[in-house]
Write a protein that binds this ligand. Structure first.
Ligand SMILES: NC(=O)c1ccc[n+]([C@@H]2O[C@H](COP(=O)([O-])OP(=O)(O)OC[C@H]3O[C@@H](n4cnc5c(N)ncnc54)[C@H](OP(=O)(O)O)[C@@H]3O)[C@@H](O)[C@H]2O)c1
Length: 327
């Protein structure tokens, strides 16, 4: 099969389209023919070999085929697999079971798999597992978003942010989306009541206060967040600089007892959440924002675009065996 292989950390140029052995499912696994995969900002950490990911592979990547989110069709099942059969369409986040999204086939344990709705394209389904789950769990769990609350999404125009804006609106919040200039029309179009251009204005200095801030990029200091939160406000940190995240988590509660600052402790592939997101999609209540689709052979190009930061919403890899030719 064809796959994008990563044998060393580095820029997107290190990625190579290669012919590798098609995997064989173990007893508890299914073999999935991958139809679409999506890129997440976290995939860049694995490509670049950022400190956190080196715990699993100090000098070179532990997993040679990167990529977390896929949607595809079950082609074969191991002898102990009970819930899936060949022909089932599924979607899943592979970051907890060995990665391998950027390939024509991947073997996956049956447990994390969820059935894809027939009303979703493979491309749409591949956008959901990591980004939409982070948005949903970040807003709902612990922070317990409530109708009428003032909610700010920092990084509203990216993968997690575009789902977060839509989900916060569904929970009845008044939503402010913060991102760069060229993304703001799109952020408004998916439901944000207000938008702020972070290149022009600092949301922590506007005098506005929020009940809940979901921060995808954690770009401010603890005292900035404190100023931007209502007395009982909550900061939920999805990603960003680890130094800032840990500072806010450990020092935040010392500085202000009533304002809670915590990391989103993500529960990937939680079945009820994937079913809930599927129902929202089927009811037309959330729409994945897909900026561009790339063929498998152009994964490196997709990473370059992701790294430049101009993408709006999600980037998708469409894996069509007939078109995955070597250049
Ligand atoms: N907590 C967990 O358990 C967990 C699990 C998996 C992943 N993660 C993390 O979750 C994050 C997911 O990010 P994503 O995929 O949504 O990334 P993304 O698609 O790159 O979106 C980030 C958005 O933030 C914007 N941005 C950059 N700097 C900003 C600033 N200073 N102020 C406001 N907006 C800014 C970017 O726009 P411009 O580039 O135009 O500025 C972009 O639109 C990653 O950091 C990942 O590591 C967390």
């Amino acid at each position: 099969m064809k796959a994008i292989v990563c044998t060393k950390y580095g820029p997107p140029d290190v990625l190579q389209l290669k012919e590798v052995d098609k995997p064989t499912p173990k007893d508890n696994e299914v073999l999935v023919k991958v139809h679409a995969a999506s890129l997440n900002a976290a995939d860049l950490d694995y490509l670049r070999g950022r400190p956190m990911v080196r715990i699993g592979g100090l000098r070179k990547p532990r997993y040679k085929i990167l990529g977390s989110d896929i949607a595809g069709r079950v082609e074969a099942v191991g002898r102990n697999v009970k819930q899936f059969q060949p022909g089932d369409d599924i979607f899943v986040d592979l970051s907890v079971c060995g990665f391998g999204a950027f390939a024509e086939y991947v073997c996956v344990p049956e447990k994390p798999l969820a059935l894809k709705s027939a009303s979703m394209t493979f491309e749409e389904a591949a956008t959901l597992p990591q980004a939409a789950i982070l948005a949903l769990q970040g807003l709902r769990d612990k922070s317990q978003i409530q109708p009428g609350q003032k909610v700010l999404i920092n990084g509203a125009g990216g993968g997690v942010g575009t789902f977060a804006v839509q989900i916060a609106k569904l929970f009845g919040a008044e939503v402010t989306g913060v991102d760069s200039t060229e993304k703001l029309d799109m952020v408004r179009s998916i439901g944000a009541d207000q938008v702020i251009d972070y290149t022009q204005e600092d949301f922590t200095k506007s005098g506005q206060r929020y009940d809940l801030i979901l921060d995808v990029v954690v770009s401010r200091s603890i005292s900035d967040y404190k100023r931007a939160l209502n007395p009982k406000g909550v900061l939920r940190m999805v990603g960003g600089s680890m130094a800032r995240v840990f500072k806010a988590m450990f020092l935040g509660s010392l500085i202000s007892r009533s304002k809670k600052m915590s990391i989103v402790m993500w529960k990937p592939n939680k079945k009820e959440d994937l079913v809930f997101l599927t129902e929202l999609f089927e009811a037309g209540k959330i729409v994945p924002i897909i900026d561009r689709c790339y063929p498998l052979g152009e994964v490196a190009e997709a990473f370059r675009y992701l790294e430049e930061g101009h993408h709006q919403g999600k980037l998708v890899i469409t894996i069509d065996s007939k078109k995955n030719e070597f250049p």
